[in-house]
Design a protein around this ligand. Structure first.
Ligand code: BGC
Length: 440
């Protein structure tokens, strides 16, 4: 029977409208209550004027960042954070992941900057006023320049110095932070900075890479212990983990050697760091961007490729292959650690906003399948809230749900941000979104 309108009369027209809007609201892929929906950023990529960090110094040299870009004022999030969090709130985000810039807090060894400390108090308060859960990263690729001068992660006191900073963060910000990420993508950093030598300090040395990877594992364990030692007594639940880049690997060749290569790649990239830091994770943070096919080049040479060289899959503007089912593989693999899982990053660089919407819906749908197969996924943070400084790629790649004009600082909320807002607001993917956003 058609429902009656407020005035008591039922007309065919308003019945159709009612039915349509009811249908539009149906949540086809619903997530558990309390699921976190947000976006992620990192300090150096958005704040601007981050003059005491090693990246800032490095950018000033020639031929470091593409097109001679320098982070400069970046998106000026340091002064516009309120405006940016207003946008996130308007977009129905109930959580936000961000990083704190160590080089602002401790611009000189052992000297704490009280203004910078107060600044982050303001940042966290603004997020809490907007009812957003906070996930805080303590190290996201940038070091204070003084620490880099002493050898960075090779400095004999590196773990101790990092731990001292962690301790300060626990004391100052323990009351706001819901999830602590000690280190962002340890192995991406090691690969870029010590393996292929693209990021500062630009070493191309496997031994150093190995040493630094081990140091980062120890630094994580030390920070994990410090956060618990300091915050458990407050009675708040303390959740500590890392954000780890996980890849979905595959190979089309079925020879034993290929299979072994696949296992080695999978173990080294996806599992080794977790094995090294066993018992120091309250949750697993997953940054998912890559599906890599291992292909044979010549007789012995195996190569991992993330671009779709055959052209049969869509790619981002950075030519990274888009493969949403890989997220499902990664999540199933991580189930063995028996911990809550958060997607701490997932996103793409593109100037094609319709593609970003499709990317989001496709990945969220895969995440849904994982959740409903029993994987304990508790939240999703899209990379990124804002366009930002993409490390050695500079400002060209556009990762933002919200576009930023680097000339005027103007923010533009993309349609994809609204699609994602629809998912966040309904805690799942509605029929309406599915009907208007094709899966890729
Ligand atoms: C990093 C971000 C980076 C993003 C896109 C992740 O590896 O954590 O800092 O901007 O991927 O490349």
């Amino acid at each position: 029977m058609p429902k009656r309108s407020a005035g008591g009369r039922s007309t065919k027209k308003n019945t159709t409208i009612k039915r349509k809007s009811k249908k539009a609201e149906a949540v086809r892929y619903a997530f558990p209550k309390g699921f976190l929906w947000g976006a992620a950023t990192s300090a150096h990529q958005v704040e601007g004027n981050n003059i005491h960090s090693d990246w800032w110094q490095w950018e000033q040299k020639k031929n470091t960042v593409k097109n001679g870009d320098r982070s400069g004022m970046a998106t000026d999030h340091y002064s516009k954070f309120k405006e940016d969090f207003d946008i996130a709130q308007k977009l129905s985000h109930n959580a936000h992941r961000l990083s704190i810039e160590w080089s602002r807090i401790e611009p000189e060894e052992g000297k704490w900057d009280t203004d910078a400390i107060a600044h982050y108090h303001a940042v966290f308060q603004v997020l809490k006023e907007r009812n957003m859960s906070i996930m805080l990263t303590l190290y996201h690729f940038t070091l204070p320049q003084w620490m880099a001068d002493k050898g960075g992660w090779e400095y004999s006191a590196a773990i101790d110095r990092f731990n001292r900073f962690v301790q300060l963060c626990a004391t100052e910000y323990g009351e706001y932070v819901d999830y602590w990420i000690t280190i962002n993508e340890p192995l991406v950093f090691v690969r870029q900075a010590y393996g292929i030598g693209e990021w500062p300090p630009q070493y191309h040395n496997p031994f150093k890479a190995w040493r630094v990877a081990r140091t980062l594992a120890k630094a994580h364990i030390a920070a994990y212990k410090t956060l618990h030692a300091q915050l458990d007594r407050t009675g708040r639940q303390v959740m500590v983990g890392i954000a780890k880049n996980q890849k979905s690997f595959s190979t089309s060749v079925k020879k034993l050697a290929d299979f072994i290569a696949l296992r080695i790649a999978d173990y080294t990239w996806n599992d080794w760091f977790y094995k090294k830091t066993k018992h120091a994770h309250d949750f697993i943070g997953v940054n998912y961007y890559f599906h890599q096919r291992l292909e044979r080049r010549g007789l012995f040479f195996m190569q991992a490729v993330s671009v779709d060289e055959k052209g049969d899959r869509p790619v981002s503007s950075m030519r990274w292959e888009i493969f949403a089912p890989g997220l499902l593989d990664v999540l199933f693999d991580l189930q063995r650690y028996n911990k809550p899982i958060f997607i701490t990053e997932n996103g793409l660089a593109t100037e094609n906003d319709a593609m970003r919407s499709q990317y989001i819906v496709s990945h969220v749908k895969e995440m849904y399948h994982a959740v409903h197969a029993g994987v304990d996924v508790r939240g999703y943070f899209h990379w990124s809230l804002l366009d930002n400084f993409e490390w050695s790629e500079g400002f060209t790649p556009r990762f933002g749900l919200v576009g930023v004009s680097y000339k005027t600082g103007r923010r533009t909320i993309h349609n994809s941000a609204r699609v994602y807002a629809g998912i966040a607001a309904s805690n799942g993917i509605t029929d309406d979104i599915l009907q208007t956003t094709p899966i890729i």
